[in-house]
Design a protein around this ligand. Structure first.
Ligand code: PGA
Length: 264
């Protein structure tokens, strides 16, 4: 595990976009796992900037989003389909056939649909690089606390904290979704590389538990300790409860000296 500490959200998004861009330059047909949420907005802005500057080609990139609200059609302004379109896809040369986002309008045989989503990931050769945010409760994707660490893509009931966090994005009086389709923790752990971004003091407890606490389904992001190549990129407020900061900084210095590829 690599922990990259940055001053603020602006530095985080530049660093994250740079890591994603280098992965695409190394492998133009990268299978890229994408996340939504406020943390990702500036990362996508930076990727769009690099694309418009002519230095980043999405034409062969294949994407898989982590999750989608159940019941929201793609055109709903709070759907993750809409988020991705607004923040990234409409501004880069991605092939729409290469974009995969769970379908929030699926009905009936959820297991069959979720299995087909996993099959599409397999057919693409597995995810090369997975971007993740983290919830205040430690969720990744919509894997809420107590999600099985081996879970696969499935229908998931959201917990109240997540519903409350998201309610502000919905119109007054509009009920925010109670369920989602999400890749599982087991699905996420199969990505070859994982990049988790966290900004702001509200994430500090979840970040500390994920990096330094025990591996437990009570903190889904703690499962990332089981992954061989995960990088946390965290700003100062989100890193406030980490106890091993000096060590992470030393590891970073040595990584830059000995295996600089890991940081580019
Ligand atoms: P945020 O969401 O980026 O809006 O904080 C992250 C998450 O809940 O996964």
């Amino acid at each position: 595990m690599l922990v990259i500490l940055k001053r603020d959200a602006a530095e985080i998004s530049r660093q994250a976009a740079q890591l994603v861009a280098s992965a695409i330059r190394r492998k133009p047909a990268l299978a890229l796992g994408l996340a939504t949420g406020g943390t990702m907005v500036a990362v996508y802005q930076e990727l769009v900037r690099l694309h418009k500057a002519g230095s980043l080609d999405f034409s062969r990139v294949v994407t898989f989003n982590l999750d989608e609200y159940l019941g929201l059609p793609a055109a709903h302004p709070q759907s993750f389909h809409h988020f991705m379109q607004q923040n990234l896809f409409a501004h880069v040369n991605i092939n729409p056939h290469n974009v995969h986002i769970p379908d929030g309008t699926v009905r009936g045989d959820y297991d069959h649909y979720c299995k087909s989503y996993e099959d599409a990931i397999c057919q693409a050769g597995g995810i090369d690089l997975q971007l993740l945010g983290i919830g205040r409760n430690g969720h990744i994707g919509f894997n809420e606390p107590t999600s099985s660490l081996g879970s696969r893509t499935r229908l998931k009931v959201l917990n109240q904290e997540t519903i409350d966090d998201n309610a502000k994005f919905f119109a007054p009086g509009e009920e925010s979704p109670r369920c989602a389709i999400t890749m599982g923790i087991g699905s996420i752990l199969e990505a070859r590389k994982i990049l988790l971004l966290a900004t702001g003091a509200s994430k500090a407890a979840a970040v500390a538990k994920s990096i330094e606490g025990p591996v437990t389904s009570a903190v889904p992001a703690s499962a990332l300790q089981l992954h061989p190549e995960v990088t946390f990129v965290i700003d100062d407020p989100a890193a406030a409860q980490l106890t091993q900061r000096d060590y992470y900084l030393r590891v970073l210095q040595m990584t830059a000296l000995l295996t600089p590829d890991r940081l580019s």
